[in-house]
Each structure stands twice: as C-alpha cells, then as structure tokens.
Ligand binder design. Structure first.
Ligand code: CA
Length: 228
C-alpha cells in the first residue's frame, strides 16, 4: 500500500521519530503532531488514511480526540496507551477506535497492525449483505439491523458480528475472533473480545431481540445462534 498517509499523534518526540522511520520504510507517508488539540484541524485539511493516536497528550487527551474525530470521519484510528488495563476501559467507552496498542511496543508490531487495519479497510467485500436469525448486515455501509431496527456498532463490533454471522452455529475461540477481527493473532487481546461481545449483546437486546443471538460456549468461545 504505497503512499497511504499515516498521522502519528505522539508527544514523546523520540517515539514519534522512531515510528515514523519504520512506517516510511514500509512505504507509508507519515505526518506527526505533538498536541491533541491540533488533530481535528489536521484531519479535516489533510485527510490521512489512518491515525495513530497516543492516549496521554497535551492540549486534548486521546479519548477526546477520538470522540471529536468520530463526529465527522470514519478514518481508521489506532489508539496507543501505556497501560494494558486501560484498554478494557477504552473499549467500554465505545470510542470507535479500530485497534489498540499497548506501550511499550515494538515499532515492527505497530507497522504490522497499521498494515492489517489498512488492508481490512480497503478490502473489497465479496458479499454486500448478510442476513441470519433476524439480524442484517450491510458490508458496504457498515449498517446493522436487529429485527429491522438499526443499531449503531463500532468497527470492531461490526467485524466480530460479521465473522460470527458468516458461519452460524460454528464455535469460534477468542483467539480465532481476535485474528478475524484484527487481522493477526495477539494473545493479550483475547479478553477485549469479551468486552466487544458484551457491548454487542447489550445493543442487540436494546433493539428488542428476546433471544440470545450470540451465545457463549463454556470453555471454548462464542457462536452465532441463527434459530429464531
Ligand atoms: Ca503521551
């Protein structure tokens, strides 16, 4: 993916410079900002293809930046946090970030994650609509309907639901789902799947569905239950 434009928002200059080098070696174009309150204006003017967003920033913190960006753009956002336990909290807030990376990270890992997100975003969907058990997905618009009521889901929730619905009844382990949702395997993030599932179930129930569309299989993982 040559020439895709990545915006790094990071106030630790050394880290930003190192990341920039690695991303540029991967043929990506890179811009850097050090302050959170510069991000919205930059994105509006330059339309980057992906934003790597540190959580702790001067001016405006990463969470607030993410919220502000989601008001006007679906640009892929990878949030970077210094603490693994913050990730669950961030997921619970449904900020709409596409991925999370924990510090300290290897720049190589970051490049791999950036590429995975870009591939996912730019992949051509083979089927545009998926319908099962009263739930409909539109892969082009990322809309989801539960018994004809539209629900709002985050990009990660969408991918998770899509993966489960594509194979109704099949049990997916958390590791399978991490791989399907994020495009690579990363052991530490399996528990984030539980948070995504919890949020999805809450949204599906809130739309009025009485039965459990996503079922936990004890000791194994999750499956989609298509039976009405
Ligand atoms: Ca920082």
């Amino acid at each position: 993916m040559p020439n895709r434009h990545i915006l790094i928002v990071e106030d630790e200059t050394k880290l930003a410079v190192l990341l920039k080098e690695y991303l540029e070696r991967a043929e990506l174009r890179v811009s850097c900002l050090e302050r959170g309150d510069q991000v919205v204006a930059f994105v509006k003017h330059h339309h980057p293809d992906l934003v790597l967003l540190d959580l702790m920033l001067p001016g405006m913190d990463g969470m607030e930046v993410c919220r502000e960006l989601r008001k006007f753009t679906g640009v892929p956002i990878i949030m970077i946090t210094a603490r693994v336990d913050e990730i669950d909290r961030l997921l619970g807030l449904e900020l709409g970030a596409d991925d999370y990376i924990c510090k300290p990270y290897s720049p190589r890992e970051v490049v791999a994650r950036v590429k995975a997100v870009l591939r996912r975003i730019h992949a051509q969907p083979s089927e545009k609509r998926l319908s099962s058990g009263g739930i409909d997905l539109d892969e082009e618009t990322h809309q989801v309907w539960v018994e004809s009521h539209e629900i709002k889901v985050t990009p990660s929730e969408f991918r998770l639901l899509k993966a489960l619905m594509a194979y109704p009844g099949r049990v997916f382990s958390r590791a399978d789902l991490v791989n399907l949702v994020q495009g690579y395997e990363f052991e530490g993030y399996e528990r984030t799947i539980d948070s995504h599932i919890k949020n999805l179930r809450k949204k599906i129930a809130a739309a009025g569905m009485k039965r459990e569309a996503i079922m936990a299989v004890y000791g194994e993982g999750y499956k989609f239950n298509p039976a009405a």
